[in-house]
Write a protein that binds this ligand. Structure first.
Ligand code: ZN
Length: 148
């Protein structure tokens, strides 16, 4: 039985959902801590392809984060330090995660060239490289759809 992800358009072969693939990637990171270097990038890509998991403000924030990590090549630690003042949940007056009245969505539909399932299909050996490739493709696809 094959169905399709309403958010990213992936085909769910044999009932294997995007979330199942997300958990598989987290498992590889837990199992082999070296894989954790791309943790932030992976979580970001997964959520950007499922933007309803973010609030509207959260999605805008995440898009900025992707740009900083890819284009400006900042490390998660640098970004954390720099944003500490503005993003500390106590000081921030908006929420990152979706609420019933605020769910992230894109202006224009996006055709994703790579998804969580593709990263998982390539296997654990390729994991770090695949996540980096995935992130670049997410950025490019968002640009192509004029959502950036
Ligand atoms: Zn999906």
């Amino acid at each position: 039985m094959t169905s399709q992800c309403p958010a990213c358009g992936a085909r769910w072969e044999n009932g294997r959902t995007c979330q199942d693939n997300f958990y598989q990637m987290l498992f590889w990171e837990n199992e082999n801590p070296a894989n954790g270097v791309v943790h932030h990038l992976m979580v970001l890509c997964y959520h950007l392809q499922h933007p309803h998991l973010y609030s509207e403000d959260g999605l805008g924030y995440a898009l900025g984060l992707l740009k900083e990590m890819l284009v400006e090549e900042k490390s998660p630690a640098e970004i954390r330090n720099q944003k500490r003042k503005t993003v500390d949940s106590g000081r921030r007056n908006w929420k990152v995660t979706a609420r019933p009245e605020s769910k992230g969505s894109y202006r224009n539909p996006v055709h994703w060239s790579m998804r969580a399932a593709d990263v998982v299909a390539a296997g654990e050996e390729q994991y770090i490289e695949q996540v980096k490739t995935w992130a670049r493709s997410v950025y490019k696809d968002l640009q192509t759809a004029e959502n950036l």
